[in-house]
Write a protein that binds this ligand. Structure first.
Ligand code: ACO
Length: 498
């Protein structure tokens, strides 16, 4: 019974249909919604808004934690509902609308959004739509499978709509740790000392008077689309494990490595799965998204605790985890993304950040977001929050893409998300480049020797040697560097004559 999950009885009268609740949204509003990488998004009210937008023009600016599940980002884009979208997405239809200039997409470090709202640098939401597994006796919101930006969006908004989702295991209650930093300039340090510390409360402390509607839903999160490891991702994992072993032998890392962060996607998930067969023990995560690999590592007895801001699982892993939540609950915590990604914490607790690049250049600059330098893929997400401040910033990618037409290692990236100053280690299936303490010319040598696919090695060596003749701290031949990208655009292959 849903009424058992609304424990403040005065709120029972707020239960209404999604269509009715959606009338609180008016054209031009800034709307905050729960949801982070397909986990814990509001589901019914967005669908009601999509229906409305198809009948009569309706535009909103939408702010979430990260990407939404159940195809909502794409459906909203196709209905013309989105004027602006931030801070992250991963949907083909929305991507098309962004790259077509129809939706203004603000691609942002994921720890920045609510901080900028708190300081009035960007607009606070007029209304927030938050998925909940329960509402407490105080009218506080217990989130579901993600915290993301939900807490701050609900606290900042004038009105809150709650989607009480009966499909989620009520046992999710108690998993969350909601900590909201104070106002500047008198903010106190965040009192988190260890990854398993709990520093906040278990529900979002909204004023119940702001709750305008409660919509009862029964729709699960959509599954992650992560694919099992393949030969290349396994090779990337093997290189990284070999490197970690050497770091342990040299006394620079302990046998539990240090708190691990892993980005979204197939490659980072596969790399984490590779740790199952490694000699490392008592691993912990301090990350954003907890993917299948987190639970594989817990089940294998390798990982003892994981802190994140969302749980996104494949169908295979979903029932095992959410059907047996008791088994995992004392090993997990979900926090707001400004805490999971907080630069000060990342630096202080010494995170090893592992994120995926689209491409990197011979000096170590990384492009995570823009295909061909212009077209948005997903967004920078949390990779920059972690990379700049990490104990070790590792970027992984396959050495070639699109059947070899693209080299993921290029003379100069066509867009920079992570500069050479923020990148310590690069890994492809070909090998690993340890850039720590190296000057640009030294970096180029180890990157070309270790990471480049054989079909591009001669071309990159020729480029680097010719650029060095011209000179410079970071030698380049600007025309030739851009040729790699223009060749791809004009001829479908990065190298002339291919
Ligand atoms: C929510 C969060 O913030 S999580 C924290 C970290 N966040 C980030 O790092 C955000 C940026 N990263 C990402 O968006 C992803 O990791 C990506 C896109 C870089 C890689 O995604 P993965 O799923 O791991 O890698 P995968 O090899 O499957 O590549 C995805 C697609 O990019 C394509 N691709 C890869 N490299 C290139 C390239 N250099 N140029 C063009 N396309 C490329 C692949 O061919 C593939 O295309 P397909 O979907 O048509 O098959």
């Amino acid at each position: 019974m849903y009424s058992d999950r609304i424990r403040l009885s005065s709120l029972h009268s707020k239960v209404m249909s999604a269509d009715e609740a959606a009338t609180h949204v008016v054209d031009g509003m800034t709307v905050g919604m729960s949801g982070f990488t397909r986990a814990g998004e509001a589901k019914a009210v967005p669908m009601a808004l999509i229906k409305r937008a198809k009948d009569k023009p309706l535009k909103i600016s939408l702010i979430t934690g990260a990407s939404l599940g159940n195809d909502l980002d794409g459906l909203m884009a196709e209905a013309g509902l989105l004027a602006r979208r931030m801070p992250f997405q991963a949907d083909a239809a929305l991507r098309k609308a962004i790259n077509g200039g129809e939706v203004m997409f603000i691609d942002q470090h994921l720890s920045h959004t609510v901080e900028q709202m708190r300081n009035h640098q960007i607009k606070k939401p007029d209304l927030a739509i938050i998925e909940a597994v329960a509402i407490t006796e105080q009218g506080h919101i217990v989130p579901t499978t993600s915290v993301g930006n939900s807490a701050n969006l609900a606290l900042f908004a004038d009105k809150v709509i709650i989607e009480l989702n009966m499909a989620h295991n009520p046992n999710l209650e108690g998993l969350h740790d909601i900590y909201i930093p104070g106002e500047r300039p008198n903010r106190q340090p965040i009192p988190l000392m260890k990854v398993d510390d709990r520093i906040g409360v278990s529900a979002i402390p909204v004023d119940p008077a702001k709750i305008a509607a409660i919509v009862i839903t029964d729709q699960p999160d959509s599954y992650s689309t992560v694919t099992p490891p393949d030969d290349e991702t396994q090779a990337i994992a093997n290189h990284l494990i070999h490197f970690f072993k050497k770091e342990v032998d040299a006394g620079r890392l302990s046998n539990s490595l240090g708190p691990l962060q892993a980005g979204i996607g197939n490659i980072a998930n596969a790399v984490m799965c590779g740790l199952i067969d490694s000699p490392f023990e008592n691993l912990v995560m301090y990350s954003e998204v907890l993917q299948d690999s987190t639970f594989e590592l817990i089940d294998a007895g390798k990982m003892v605790f994981a802190s994140g801001c969302s749980i996104t699982l494949s169908q295979r892993c979903n029932d095992r985890v959410f059907g047996n939540l008791e088994k995992y609950k004392d090993k997990l915590v979900l926090r707001p993304q400004e805490i999971s990604n907080h630069p000060e914490l990342v630096r202080r607790i010494g995170i090893i950040g592992i994120n995926t690049a689209l491409e990197f250049d011979i000096y170590g600059n990384v492009n995570s977001t823009h295909v061909g330098g212009t077209k948005m893929m997903n967004g920078i997400g949390g990779s920059g929050d972690f990379a700049r401040n990490a104990h070790m910033a590792i970027f992984v990618t396959k050495s070639i893409a699109k059947g070899g037409a693209i080299s993921s290692v290029v003379p100069m990236v066509a867009h920079v998300d992570h500069t050479e100053h923020d990148v310590s280690i690069l890994v492809t299936e070909q090998g690993l480049a340890d850039l720590r303490g190296l000057a640009p010319r030294e970096r180029a040598r180890v990157i070309i020797d270790n990471c480049v696919h054989p079909s591009y090695r001669d071309a990159l060596n020729a480029y680097f040697e010719a650029a060095c003749k011209k000179g410079g701290q970071t030698p380049h031949l600007l025309h030739d560097a851009m040729d790699w990208h223009t060749n791809l655009e004009e001829r479908g292959h990065m190298l002339k004559g291919k």
